[in-house]
Design a protein. Structure first.
Length: 173
């Protein structure tokens, strides 16, 4: 899941799982694979080397517990990505990540869980985005908000994301 907007894209490492399960589902390999996949997509389809910001999991990237996800998982993943010549920084605190200076500095924010990056992104860009599913045999592009089955036939849908999806698909193919 890459939620794409011309100004900024976001991608969570985990998607629709309970918050209590996030720690069990993040890993060095998942972070590296997700960032490499997005990096390759940007280079191949958009002729651009993206700049990544990766969040920590804990508030301010700190914990009082003996096991720190930032130290044991996120920092080692970032080290591997840097060694692989990917333009990445982190772990960064999610509470200040969506400030204007960061939106100008980075192309993609990688979060550890769904709402960590999608909630602030949607607050800023609403439906001015598309969902790009990477890692399939083909690129899958869809509106960022899903199918809207609860508003079907009620003349409430905003077609903006659907139109952006169609235009984006036509431009990369």
């Amino acid at each position: 899941m890459l939620i794409y907007n011309k100004k900024l894209s976001v991608a969570p490492i985990t998607t629709h799982i309970p918050l209590k399960n996030v720690t069990k589902q993040i890993s060095i390999d998942k972070i590296v694979k997700k960032v490499e996949t997005i990096n390759n997509f940007y280079i191949q389809k958009m002729a651009k080397k993206p700049r990544f910001a990766i969040t920590g999991l804990n508030p301010h990237c700190e914990t009082i517990n003996k096991f720190s996800e930032e130290d044991k998982i996120i920092k080692p993943a970032i080290k591997i990505l840097k060694r692989n010549k990917i333009n990445v920084e982190g772990p960064l605190s999610a509470d200040t990540l969506f400030m204007k200076k960061n939106i100008k500095k980075y192309d993609v924010f990688i979060g550890m869980y769904h709402d960590q990056v999608l909630s602030p992104f949607k607050a800023l860009y609403k439906h001015d985005a598309i969902n790009i599913t990477l890692g399939l045999p083909c690129v899958r592009i869809s509106p960022d908000h899903g199918v809207g089955e609860t508003i079907l036939g009620r003349n409430l849908a905003d077609p903006k994301s659907f139109i952006l999806s169609t235009n984006f698909f036509n431009n990369i193919n």
